[in-house]
Ligand binder design. Sequence first.
Ligand SMILES: Nc1nc2c(ncn2[C@@H]2O[C@H](COP(=O)(O)OP(=O)(O)O)[C@@H](O)[C@H]2O)c(=O)[nH]1
Ligand SMILES: [Mg+2]
Length: 385
Amino acid sequence: MPPLQLSIIVPTFREVENLPVLIPRLDAATSQAGIACEILVIDDNSRDGTEELCQQLSQQHPVKLLVRTEERGLSSAVLTGMQIARGDILIVMDADLSHPPEEVPELYAALQSDEHDFVIGSRYVKGGGTADDWGWFRWLNSKVATLLAWPLTSVSDPMAGFFGVKRQAYLDHVSTFDPIGYKIGLELLVKCGCRKPVEVPIFFADRLHGESKLSFKEQLNYLRHLHRLYEFRYRELLYFTKFAAVGASGMLVDLASFLGALTLFPPALARGVAIWVAMTWNFGGNRMLTFRHARHDDFWTQYVHYCLSCLLGAAVNWGASVGIWYAWPGSQSMPWFPALTGVIAGTGFNYVLCRKWVFGRKPTNTDDSQSESPPRSRSRMLNAA
Ligand SMILES: Nc1nc2c(ncn2[C@@H]2O[C@H](COP(=O)(O)OP(=O)(O)O)[C@@H](O)[C@H]2O)c(=O)[nH]1
Ligand SMILES: [Mg+2]
């Protein structure tokens, strides 16, 4: 079968009232622009008449329906659609008419250039907009979510559910996708390594019928999803920041333990106890937080390795600061300098040992996860061509 030019993927859950408006308008817009396309409706067993309706609509329009019976979730529905799509270009949109079907050819045209792999139907570029009755809370919510994604992408509307990607870019990165929640566009944008995403202004209308399925839980999922994307993009920086934060908390634990231990033991012993408590604290923090992916490996092996790594780190710290002190006598007038250099060298050494040896397990995409299941389980395809 020859590849189609375009696959439009529409995830649905209880959208039977909107589809009779959406599908004919999509068909009209693409036909008018001379684009050969298929419309893939990926429904999560809505049982609201979507199946009968799509059967009927397929008599006149290039629509196919896939009903998933064992999975739910917007992002995995979109990935399922992408997996079965045949078009060279994949465009994703809501079923509820908040994304104007008439803009689809515009998004398609933007991906005709070699320069761009990704296109967004954007509310926030010049010429775009949202319905007037967006309350301040919804507006603020969208802006804060966008701001949190800023280190990942500089596009102005990374939260958009109306976007397109070249099928090849999707295929090249398919093994990396691991979204939680709603923001599948952001997932693709970050993981496909798309060059120069382009934004086409759109007017985002209120949904025509029915209610939004975006729940508070999905907003929390967005934060988990962001963490994962940060880990994907800035893994080492994220680990080191957590390692340093655990270390900083360990200093407080050290101090508090020392003061407590002084009431029971002589100072030399109290100092030893405090160091041991802080080291154990840091071990726990790094095992459960920084290097979470290794938390199921043997506890005692890790603990012994960690203590050894701290000892070696301390030796490097000591060696560096004392070495500078004597090798460069000028540093003795500013004792903080050799000490700080020692702390940095020791911490860096300790970090590398932790990363490679103590918690040496290789991180994977799904460490943390109950990700939406990848497209696998039972589904039925209706009116397939
Ligand atoms: N297949 C599938 N589609 C979903 C699911 N949740 C939402 N959708 C669809 O995804 C699109 C966006 O959802 P919507 O409720 O409009 O979210 P909003 O635009 O952020 O308010 C709509 O077409 C929904 O029907 C789901 O769990 N599975
Ligand atoms: Mg919507």
